[in-house]
Design a protein around this ligand. Structure first.
Ligand SMILES: [Zn+2]
Length: 168
């Protein structure tokens, strides 16, 4: 079940390869900090492609639905995961110009003879996850027992009035 998926990245592009499958979330332990539920899986597709100048690329798409933990109310939050990233294969990151490194519209991946596809998918999922997931509007949590009866607060004006009314 948990066999590795390893490709020779440049050969994969030359052969016009494509890979599709399902990946259990249990196999992506680095995503687990975000997840309420590590059951389930995501589907992925890795496809060879070429850039404008014929440069070798991998197109990686991932689809799935994750249950993240809202950082405000700590309740589960459904997160539709869907992305398609194009990764340009390069011989060495050191060969990139400053301009290329700063171009946010392009992503690079060092070409490897033994590219671990599962680790790559895990990296890309982590990049796609929100840093601090939050519901747009949380359902109000149950009043905490520390809030006092009814959770009411004494307004500063009422406190002041009470003070003024006190006989000196
Ligand atoms: Zn929430």
């Amino acid at each position: 079940m948990s066999q590795q998926i390893v490709i020779d990245s440049l050969a994969f592009v030359q052969e016009g390869g494509s890979l599709t499958g399902e990946l259990a979330l249990a196999r992506l332990p680095r995503t687990h900090d975000w997840l309420v539920d590590t059951d389930g899986s995501v589907s992925y597709r890795v496809e060879a492609s070429r850039g404008e100048r014929g440069q070798p690329q991998l197109q990686l798409s991932v689809d799935g639905t994750l249950a993240l933990r809202c950082q405000r109310c700590l309740e589960p939050m459904v997160f539709p995961l869907h992305f398609c990233n194009t990764l340009e294969l390069i011989a060495d990151e050191a060969d990139l110009t400053q301009e290329e490194l700063e171009d946010d519209s392009r992503d690079y991946l060092q070409a490897q003879k033994e590219l671990d596809v599962v680790a790559l998918i895990e990296d890309e999922i982590i990049l796609a996850l929100p840093f601090a997931p939050r519901h747009d509007s949380c359902t109000p949590p149950a009043p905490s027992p520390d809030a006092g009866p009814g959770g009411e607060k004494v307004s500063p004006f009422a406190a002041l009035a009470a003070l003024k009314g006190k006989p000196s």
